[in-house]
Design a protein. Structure first.
Length: 187
């Protein structure tokens, strides 16, 4: 039996019986921005280039964002060895920015929201060098992450930031820390 047809059990007034039901098997990438499908129908040309309608769920997350509840994901990571800032910046350029969503900003309208290419994209606005002033490095890193979790993103830019602490920790060999903040709406 092909992947397209699967056996399902129907239970109704006359008892249970197996029934063949058509269950579509979508090709890889269907519905994704780069894979065609429904997403390609949601794209339209604008004066600034392509824009792509945001899903209803992601638009709802976007509309829930407010001063009392920033709808973002904040993660903190530390490394066992120091990472040069230039190396992390190169990784962001080659491994993160190859995904178009990270170069797009959000435009809202009465019907929802769209992802629009940011023609003025500047990685320096998203890759921020940070320094922790005191000796309680762990506490200060937690305080910085908490402060960033409460700040809202600039809506004129793509909705993510990386705050990088190149020299973190009191160990002789040192290490690095990174706070990554992104929006919840990325589909």
């Amino acid at each position: 039996m092909s992947d397209y047809l699967r056996v399902r059990t129907y239970s109704g007034q006359r008892g249970a019986a197996p029934v063949l039901a058509k269950m579509p098997v979508w090709p890889a990438g269907f519905g994704q921005a780069s894979g065609g499908g429904m997403a390609s129908r949601n794209r339209a040309a604008t004066a600034g280039g392509q824009h792509e309608r945001m899903s209803a769920v992601d638009t709802a997350w976007l509309r829930m964002d407010g001063p009392g509840s920033t709808m973002m994901i904040v993660s903190v990571m530390t490394t066992a060895t120091p990472v040069p800032a230039a190396e992390l910046r190169r990784v962001l350029e080659t491994r993160l920015l190859c995904f178009p969503r990270f170069r797009k900003r959000v435009e809202t309208d009465p019907l929802g929201a769209s992802w629009v290419e940011d023609s003025y994209f500047d990685l320096d606005a998203h890759f921020v060098m940070a320094r922790l002033p005191g000796k309680n490095q762990r506490g200060e890193l937690q305080a910085l992450a908490a402060r960033l979790a409460g700040e809202r993103f600039d809506p004129a830019r793509p909705l993510w930031q990386v705050h990088f602490v190149e020299h973190y920790g009191l160990a002789a060999h040192g290490c690095s820390a990174c706070i990554i903040a992104t929006r919840t709406a990325w589909r």
